[in-house]
Each structure stands twice: as structure tokens, then as C-alpha cells.
Design a protein around this ligand. Structure first.
Ligand code: DX5
Ligand code: ZN
Length: 230
């Protein structure tokens, strides 16, 4: 089966002092989405950025902004991100008291909605909400920091989620993207795609390259080449 692949550079590893330039550079380098990591020093032990930063980068790019919420509670901040120009919003089921309600709230705010499952979070969280999902994000590291090593057990989980999505679509359900986040690099992206992912977050792999000499473009091209060469 041919699948279209999306690359989502995570600006967690960008130069925060030059965020506008950074998002423009990755869009020019061929990014399909901007992955926007929101951490609250409560659900995860780190603190990053909120809706005001989303609003600030919005005019710099035309591609969708993929907001990954690592915050608890979740609901209060969702309309703020929708107003700030987010296009997709994902959250962790452990961080919401009412997962179905939160998923509805995201769609009602005009965004695509998704759940994020940590490495140890079971797939049973997907059981009763498949029709409310536009995207499923599997964490391949424990959330909180960029630059961690890909956890190989994610590949087994990806295969299982791919089977669930394919069965859902075959039964007449809506399409659901399958995204993976953490430790994605040129040397493992093809195995990750093979296991069923179609959307790839890459933070340190992209922003770790010096952009001055077209470094972002070179990394993105090598990721795409690895996907094409599967
Ligand atoms: C981790 C974040 C990731 C992170 C990925 O909690 O959700 O999006 O930026 O960074 P890399 O690609 O460096 O693992
Ligand atoms: Zn993320």
C-alpha cells in the first residue's frame, strides 16, 4: 500500500530567540507541519511555550501547526490554541479527566483532534473513541525533552495501531493519521514507516543541523530519501 508521508519538525530544538526565522526555514526546507511542544512543568518536568508563541509564529508559515499538549489539565487551554492558529491539537489521555469531552472540544474549536500515547500507555485508550480521532501520536521517548533515544518497542506498538486504523477505515471509518514522536533520525525512519507510521516528528535531527548552508533542507531530503527507498 502506498502511503503519503508527512515530516513535522519539532521547534523544541529550534533557536527560541529566532523562532520566526526558524519556522520559515523549515517550511522552505519542505516541512509538512510545524510540531509545537507545549510543556507545563506539571504533567512533564519541563516548561516550554503557550498560545502566545503559537500566535506569534502563525503569520510566518502557511503549513499546519501541530500542537502537542503535555499539560494537565487540558481543556482550559484548547480554545486559546485554536484562536492562536493551531490546526491539530493532541493530548495525553492521562492528562484529561474526560477524554471524549476533550476530543469533542478540540473539533468544536475547529481543529483536528488526536490522542498521544506514552511508551507505557496501553492502546485500550483508543477503544471507544476511534471515530473522534483525526490523528494518533505514539511517543517513542518519554515526553519532556528533545534529543532522547528512540525506544524500539514502539515499532511493535505502531504495527498494532496501524492494524486498528486500517480495520477502522475498512469498516467505513474516517482516515486517521499515525504520527511518531521522539528519536526519529535518518537511520531509523524507514523502519518506523515500515511499522506503519505516516507522520514523523523530528526535532534534534532537523534543528541540530546548521541551517546556514541549507542544512535543514539537506536533513529533510535525506529523511524523505530514506522513506522513498523503503
Ligand atoms: C518530546 C517532544 C518531542 C521532541 C522530539 O517530549 O514531544 O516532540 O521535540 O525531539 P527529538 O526528535 O529530538 O527526539
Ligand atoms: Zn512532541
Amino acid at each position: 500500500m502506498t502511503r503519503s508521508f508527512r515530516l513535522a519538525p519539532s521547534i523544541l530544538s529550534a533557536d527560541f530567540a529566532r523562532l520566526g526565522e526558524e519556522v520559515r526555514a523549515v517550511q522552505a526546507a519542505g516541512a509538512d507541519l510545524i510540531h509545537f511542544d507545549v510543556m507545563d512543568n506539571h504533567y512533564v518536568p519541563n516548561l516550554t511555550m503557550g498560545p502566545m508563541v503559537c500566535q506569534a509564529i502563525r503569520p510566518h508559515v502557511s503549513i499546519p501547526i501541530d500542537v502537542h499538549l503535555m499539560v494537565r489539565p487540558v481543556d482550559r487551554i484548547i480554545p486559546d490554541f485554536a484562536r492562536a492558529g493551531a490546526n491539530l491539537i493532541t493530548f495525553h489521555p492521562e492528562a484529561s479527566d474526560h477524554v471524549d469531552r476533550t476530543l469533542q472540544l478540540i473539533r468544536d474549536s475547529g481543529c483536528k483532534a488526536g490522542l498521544v500515547l506514552n511508551p507505557a500507555t496501553p492502546l485500550s485508550h483508543l477503544d471507544h473513541v476511534m471515530d473522534r480521532l483525526d490523528i494518533i501520536l505514539l511517543m517513542s521517548v518519554n515526553p519532556g525533552f528533545g534529543g532522547q533515544r528512540f525506544i524500539d518497542a514502539t515499532l511493535v506498538k505502531l504495527r498494532a495501531v496501524r492494524a486498528r486504523i486500517d480495520a477502522h477505515v475498512a469498516a467505513g471509518g474516517q482516515p486517521i493519521w499515525l504520527e511518531v514522536d521522539g528519536g526519529v533520525k535518518g537511520d531509523n525512519i524507514s523502519a518506523i514507516a515500515e511499522a506503519g507510521a505516516d507522520t514523523f516528528v523530528a526535532g534534534s535531527a532537523v534543528f541540530g543541523a546548521p541551517d546556514a548552508d541549507g542544512g535543514y533542507r539537506a536533513v529533510m531530503q535525506s529523511l524523505r530519501a530514506a522513506l522513498a527507498g523503503r
